[in-house]
Design a protein around this ligand. Structure first.
Ligand code: SAH
Length: 350
């Protein structure tokens, strides 16, 4: 296995830099300056840390990398301005992130793993062999790279790229701490969403950690057998338990929860499915203003598998949920021409 020749400085948590850098940097206030260069000014070479003495910059340069990705491929959608970034890692794998602009928001959708061990059968990431977790630094570097490239601040972060965030829990939460810290990336916690297939102990841990970020559950089905067909590796989480845990998340964090529901033609898109979903949500006491259902009509991801329902089916599904008092939204596909929409981050641009 290939490893980095020097450590990657973004892999070191800022609070640990005080001890890690002690042998290289005499004055402690310099550490604060270094954190500012890395996370606020987001400068990509130690040489440009201009308020540091030359010898300190030299010490940093010989001991660490400031960036880990080797190169970047950028594809921009002509449909909606979405940009898909493909980063090549130091060990020659690919990591994907998507920049999603609207008039008022600039969100990024980022990855937490290379490949995905969950293997949802409607998602192209599930077809990529799982290689490894991304490090804390690699997770953050995606956001930092995009902010530098766009020369603007990102307003929201979606952990909805490749990988199951909860299978990389420590790096996920370490990255979240830097994202929401006022002295680091400083992005509002309410604008961070962690999306997961649902691993019950991890949802509880995230709730108890009190970061206050939003949680999105990829539910996609209304009975356990049906769910197992599309998410074979579902961690034996029962739908009723998953929904109960969402309620726990809400109560504990006072944040918001999204229920994601991919609509697959002829599989989970009938009126009965919609009524069943409403009943399940009512039983779990999830029909309330801080919960939203996001319907995601299937985006083409793999050969010969599913299709999106007709529009009338999608609208009927939405109407039934609405009549039950549920906040419901149809997620618009972004970047369809560059393979950047939900479920499409599995192919490699070269
Ligand atoms: N691994 C995370 C993030 C996945 S991407 C998770 O499981 O939640 C964000 C959402 O898009 C998830 O709800 C995912 O299930 C859904 N998705 C995956 N493939 C899709 C496809 N082909 N069309 C539409 N949505 C898809």
């Amino acid at each position: 296995m290939k490893t980095l020749r020097k450590p990657f400085i973004l892999d070191v948590e800022p609070k640990q830099l005080y001890s890690v850098l002690k042998p290289l940097v005499v004055e402690e206030y310099r550490i604060k300056q270094i954190i500012e260069w890395l996370y606020v000014k987001k400068v990509s070479s130690f040489e440009k840390f201009s308020n540091l003495p030359k010898d300190v910059r030299g010490n940093l340069e010989s001991s660490f990398y400031v960036r880990s990705f080797q190169n970047v491929i950028k594809q921009e959608s002509i449909l909606d301005g979405t940009i898909r970034y493909t980063f090549k890692t130091y060990d020659s794998h690919y990591v994907y992130a998507v920049y999603l602009p609207t008039e008022s928001t600039k969100s990024v959708c980022i990855s937490t793993q290379i490949g995905c061990p969950v293997s949802c059968n409607f998602c192209s990431s599930g077809k990529i062999k799982f290689v490894r977790d991304l490090s804390r630094g690699e997770i953050l570097e995606q956001i930092i790279h995009i902010e530098n490239d766009r020369n603007e601040r990102v307003s929201g972060v979606l952990f909805m790229g490749m990988g199951e965030p909860f299978l990389n829990y420590n790096n996920l939460t370490s990255a979240i701490e830097s994202i929401i810290s006022k002295n680091e990336l400083n992005i509002g916690k309410r604008h961070i969403t962690v999306s997961s297939v649902g691993i019950i102990p991890a949802i509880k841990n995230l709730a108890n950690a009190m970061y206050g970020v939003r949680f999105a559950l990829s539910l996609h089905a209304t009975d356990d057998k049906q769910r197992k067909k599309i998410i074979p590796n579902n961690f034996d989480s029962k739908i009723s338990e998953l929904l109960k845990t969402c309620k726990y998340y809400l109560k504990k964090t006072n944040s918001r929860v999204t229920i994601e529901y991919v609509l697959l033609k002829g599989f989970n898109d009938t009126s009965s499915d919609a009524h069943r979903l409403a009943r399940l949500m009512r039983t779990a006491r999830l029909i309330e203003p801080s919960v939203q259902v996001n319907l995601i009509p299937y985006n083409h991801a793999n050969k010969n598998d599913y299709q999106a329902p007709e529009q009338v089916t999608v609208l009927t599904f939405k109407k039934i949920l609405k009549l039950n008092g549920i906040n419901v939204n149809i997620r618009e596909a972004k970047g369809l021409d560059i393979g950047a929409a939900c479920g499409q981050l599995g192919y490699t641009a070269k």
